[in-house]
Design a protein around this ligand. Structure first.
Ligand SMILES: Cc1ncc(COP(=O)(O)O)c(C=O)c1O
Length: 387
């Protein structure tokens, strides 16, 4: 069965539809930049940083070129490097562990919760003990990832990091706009970073990232590291740094999108609720703990026979993706580090069974209904084979 040529396809992302919806605001913002010509450090960058501070409740915001740079700069500013251990979830995008390794530190992998897919604090406590007792490394930081837009378990992570004297650096690349017990992402750890990669809930139309902290000294270090290590005098570097800036055109795009961001989050939540309601009892749907609000960067569920389900859905015109088919410790760049932590069986099983459904702000009710109808049909077809 193929998709009818008269029906618009169901998409995994539709930035062009979003542009059409926001066109007057975006065009005006972009035209203003083209008129003033300050493509680097234009006024839109500072305006966006102020808006992001309001959105997150974080005192200081530093925008940078992308989320990976944000992680690198945060680790670099903290002087985390060779001989140091940073605790990272075993199931995430590669950048979470890559930034640790690129700074010369060792990522120590921590297993995840099977229903929320975020770092399991009980396993973290065991892993910290294990590394303190066995490895020749100094534990320095914990980097939870708010995977798929859901805040990690900060009720337990914050006191644990305080007790263990570890820097809590939140990889909120996927979760800007989410909250926990009324506190916004960006203000849940010692420092947080996010990404404006186009597929993120608040996506730019190119690369972008931001860093969040309440600590003015830390903010000053980030600004310096991201500007070649300089401070007031641009020709006197104080430390080794890099060049990482959000360019003005991307700031303008994000400013045009921000006024509607809350509505987009509400739309994503409505789609997630519809999926969860329809799939109740038929599939292992993702869980949102009480007190947490997700931004549903992805709607990911677990299923047996994943490949068969995906190809049956594709035949019905429904695209899906697998985030992520491999755990971090299973990737070649990190295999040396994997034995220094504890085994991560939940992450391994998740990588084999997870699949993500279409999820973005431009999906209309008819598209959502088509995803659900196709999924119900495919799952029903599968059932006799399982019996
Ligand atoms: C969890 C996570 N961390 C870090 C990044 C890196 O962000 P960027 O692509 O902006 O470098 C991403 C996104 O791509 C991500 O999903």
């Amino acid at each position: 069965m193929t998709d009818s040529p008269t029906r618009p396809p169901v998409t995994l992302l539709d930035p062009v539809a979003q542009y059409r919806r926001l066109q007057p605001a975006v065009d005006a913002r972009l035209a203003a930049v083209l008129e003033h010509g300050r493509f680097i450090n234009g006024p839109e960058v500072a305006e966006l940083e102020a808006e992001l501070a309001t959105l997150t409740g974080s005192r200081h915001v530093v925008t940078v070129a992308n989320g990976t740079d944000a992680l690198n700069i945060a680790l670099r500013a903290e002087r985390i490097g060779p001989g140091d251990a940073v605790f990272v979830p075993a199931f995430s995008f590669v950048a979470s562990a890559g930034a640790v390794a690129l700074n010369g530190a060792t990522p120590i992998f921590v297993d995840i919760d099977p229903r929320t897919f975020v770092m399991d604090p009980a396993v973290l406590a065991d892993t910290i003990r294990h590394v303190r007792a066995a490895a020749d490394l100094v534990p320095r930081a914990v980097m939870p990832v708010d995977l798929f837009g859901l805040p990690a378990d900060y009720d337990r992570l914050v006191p644990l990091c305080q007790q263990e004297d570890l820097f809590l650096l939140v990889d909120a690349a996927q979760s800007l706009g989410a909250s926990q017990h009324g506190r916004s992402v960006g203000s849940l750890g010692d420092a947080s970073i996010t990404s404006f990669f186009p597929s993120k809930p608040l996506g730019a139309w190119g690369d972008g990232g931001a860093m969040f902290t309440d600590d003015p000294e830390r903010m000053g270090q980030w600004r310096s590291v991201s500007a070649h290590g300089t401070a007031e005098d641009p020709y006197d570097a104080r430390r080794t740094g890099t060049n990482s800036r959000l360019d003005t055109l991307q700031a303008a795009v994000l400013l045009a999108k921000l006024p509607g961001f809350r509505d987009e989050i509400a739309r994503r939540n409505a789609i997630a609720d519809a999926y969860t309601e329809a799939l109740r009892g038929l599939a292992e749907t993702p869980e949102v703990p009480a007190g947490s609000v997700s931004v549903w960067a992805q709607y990911s569920l677990l299923m047996d026979d994943r490949d068969a389900v995906r190809s049956a859905l594709a035949e019905r015109g429904i695209p899906t993706r697998v985030y992520y088919p491999r755990t971090l410790p299973a990737q070649r760049a990190f295999r040396h580090a994997a034995p220094l932590g504890l085994p991560c069986p939940v992450a391994e099983e998740t990588a084999m069974r997870i699949v993500s459904l279409p999820m973005h702000s431009e999906l209309d009710d008819r598209a959502v209904d088509r995803v659900i109808a196709a999924l119900l049909e495919v799952l029903r077809d599968q059932q006799p084979q399982r019996a």
